[in-house]
Design a protein around this ligand. Structure first.
Ligand code: MN
Length: 487
C-alpha cells in the first residue's frame, strides 16, 4: 500500500469539498461511538478457529515458528484502492478481516509481556481520526475479545516480540505478489532475522489438506453462497433477452449476490455471449447480446469468505436452436455422469476422464471430430477443482474425501472458423455445479436448486425477471454495438 495513512492529510483536503460537509476534516475525532461492532451472527466461531490453529500447530516441528500474513491493501489508482479481501490462509486460522495483520504460531510457548503464549496476532491499533476516513478498527482489546487468540499485540510490537524468539525452523505463509506496507515489513523482518533457519513447507501442505475438508459450519456458509448464486442465475435466465448488453446480466447477477448477503463475487463474473461464449475466462462484458447468441454464464458469490462456482449456458432468445441443443445435450450428459461418479475414494480427476469419454463420443457422432485425439480442440480445460475460501481452493488432489466441496464443469467451445459445420460456430457451452462429497456419494448443491435440462431452462427463460423491469438510460440504449463477428 502506498499508505492510506500517509496520504490522509492530502486526501482530506482533496475530498473534503466533495463530502459536502464543510469543516468535517477539522472536527476533532474523539472516537466516541467508534466501537467495533459485529453485524453478522453466522460467522465461523472463535472455538473453530482455535481448533484449526491447534491442528496447524501439530504440523510444526519442535521449536518451530510459522508466520501467516494477510493481504495488504492494493492501490487501484491515485487514492482509490481495490476492495480489501483477507488472505485465505490467514483468514482460515484467525477469522481476522483487517488488513496489515499477521499471525505468529509457535510450536512451544514463549513469554510475551509476562504471558506464556504459543499464538500471537498482530493488529492495527485504534486510531479514531484515521478510522473516520477508512473504517472502524477492532484494535487490540476488541480483537482479543472477538477472535479469542491468546495474545493480541499492536503492529508496532512486531519486531520487538519477534526479536525475542529464536525458532529452530520457520514456515512463512504469504501472498506471493504485490506485498507492500506493514505486511511487507513483517516479511522483510523475518527474512532478515530468520532467513538462515531451515524452511519447512510441510505445515503449508497440511493446511492445504485441512482447508479442503469442510466443517459443518463451512458447509453451511457454502450453502448460503450457493443459494445466492442460484437465485442470481435464475434471475439472469428470466431476464436475458436479445438487445441487452452482457454487462446488464452481469450487474443483475452481482446485485442478487449482494441482496442475499454476499460480500463479494468469488471471482470475476463471466457473462459471454456469441463469440464470447467460447472465451473461458471472459470478463469484458460490453457486447450486445444478439438473438442467435449462446450465452455462457459462469458466476458465483462469496458469502463470509466461502465461494460458489456455477455455470449455465443458454440461448439468448430463450429457445435452443437444433445445433445449440446438440452441443448442450453432450455437455449435459458429460456433467451428470461426472457428478454421479463423485464419491469418497474416487480419483480426483474421475469427472474429467468421464467427461472426456462422453464428449469425444458425442462430437464424433455429430461429425465435428473424427477421432478422440481431436477432443482437446473443443474441450480444453479440467473439470474439477476444490471450492472453499478460494474459488480454486487448496487440497492435495488425492482421492476424493467426505466433506470436500468441488466443481464438476465440462464444456464444449466451438470457435468461428473451426473445421466443422459452421452451424456449430460460436457455440460455447459449459455446465458447472458445486457439489459436496458425502459419506456415500455426492450432493449436487447448486444442481439441486438450479435447472440444467433444456425444457426447464426454456421454461425459466419464458418468464420475466428483475432485469426486465429496470430500464437503461436512453443514451446508452442508443449505442450501436460493434459487430466483429457475424454469420
Ligand atoms: Mn470452476
Amino acid at each position: 500500500m502506498i499508505g492510506a495513512f500517509a496520504l490522509l492529510p492530502v486526501f482530506a483536503t482533496l475530498v473534503q469539498p466533495l463530502v459536502g460537509q464543510p469543516g468535517l476534516n477539522q472536527q476533532k475525532a474523539t472516537g466516541d461511538g467508534f466501537e467495533y461492532r459485529l453485524h453478522d451472527t453466522d460467522k465461523i466461531s472463535p472455538a473453530e478457529f482455535k481448533a484449526r490453529r491447534m491442528k496447524f500447530r501439530e504440523s510444526l516441528k519442535p521449536g518451530a515458528a510459522a508466520l501467516l500474513v494477510t493481504n495488504p491493501l492494493h492501490q487501484r489508482s491515485n487514492d482509490t484502492d481495490f476492495p480489501f479481501r483477507p488472505n485465505s490462509y490467514f483468514w482460515y486460522l484467525t477469522g481476522c478481516e483487517e488488513q496489515d495483520s499477521a499471525l505468529l504460531i509457535l510450536k512451544d510457548p514463549v513469554l510475551v509481556n509476562g504471558d506464556l503464549t504459543d499464538e500471537i496476532l498482530f493488529v492495527k491499533e485504534k486510531n479514531p481520526s484515521g478510522e473516520t476516513w477508512t473504517g472502524i478498527l477492532m484494535g487490540v482489546e476488541k480483537a482479543k475479545e472477538i477472535l479469542k487468540v491468546q495474545s493480541v499485540q499492536p503492529l508496532k510490537k512486531f519486531n520487538d516480540v519477534l526479536s525475542k524468539i529464536s525458532p529452530t525452523a520457520f514456515t512463512l505463509v504469504e501472498q506471493p505478489d504485490g506485498l507492500s506496507g506493514s505486511v511487507k515489513g513483517f516479511i522483510d523482518f523475518v527474512n532478515t532475522n530468520w532467513g538462515k533457519l531451515p524452511k519447512d513447507s510441510a505445515p503449508i501442505s497440511a493446511l492445504n489438506v485441512a482447508r479442503s475438508i469442510k466443517s459443518p459450519a463451512e458447509i453451511d456458509l457454502t450453502w448460503k453462497s450457493i443459494k445466492a448464486t442460484v437465485a442470481a442465475h435464475k434471475e439472469a435466465l428470466k431476464s436475458c433477452q436479445p438487445g441487452m448488453r452482457e454487462f446488464e446480466i452481469k450487474s443483475l447477477v452481482e446485485y442478487i449476490f449482494g441482496k442475499n448477503g454476499c460480500e463479494s463475487v468469488a471471482y470475476g463474473s463471466i457473462v459471454g455471449s456469441g463469440v464470447h461464449s467460447c472465451v473461458l475466462h471472459y470478463v469484458d462484458s460490453r457486447k450486445l447480446i444478439e438473438k442467435n447468441d449462446m450465452l455462457c454464464m459462469d458466476v458465483g458469490g462469496e458469502y463470509h469468505g466461502y465461494a460458489s462456482d456455477v455455470t449455465r449456458s443458454y440461448p439468448a432468445n430463450g429457445k435452443f436452436s437444433p445445433a445449440q441443443r446438440e452441443i448442450y445435450e453432450i455437455v449435459r450428459e458429460a456433467q451428470e455422469a461426472g457428478v454421479q461418479a463423485c464419491k469418497p475414494g474416487a480419483k480426483f480427476n474421475v469427472t474429467g476422464q468421464i467427461a472426456q469419454q462422453v464428449i469425444s463420443k458425442g462430437l464424433m457422432k455429430l461429425g465435428i471430430i473424427k477421432s478422440a485425439s481431436e477432443t482437446g480442440r473443443y474441450f480444453m480445460h479440467g473439470t474439477t477443482h476444490y471450492v472453499g475460501l478460494d474459488v480454486h481452493d487448496t487440497g492435495d488432489y488425492g482421492p476424493l474425501r467426505e466433506n470436500q466441496i468441488i466443481t464438476v464443469e465440462p464444456g464444449i467451445y466451438i470457435k468461428e472458423g473451426s473445421p466443422c459445420d459452421p452451424k456449430y460456430w460460436n457455440i460455447g457451452v459449459r455446465i458447472e455445479d458445486t457439489v459436496l462429497i458425502t459419506a456415500n456419494g455426492v450432493i449436487n448443491m447448486s444442481g439441486s436448486m438450479l435447472p440444467r435440462s433444456i425444457s426447464e431452462i426454456e421454461g425459466l427463460m419464458a418468464q420475466k425477471g428483475l432485469g426486465n423491469f429496470v430500464s437503461r438510460i436512453e443514451s446508452l440504449s442508443e449505442q450501436k454495438s460493434v459487430h466483429h463477428f457475424s454469420h
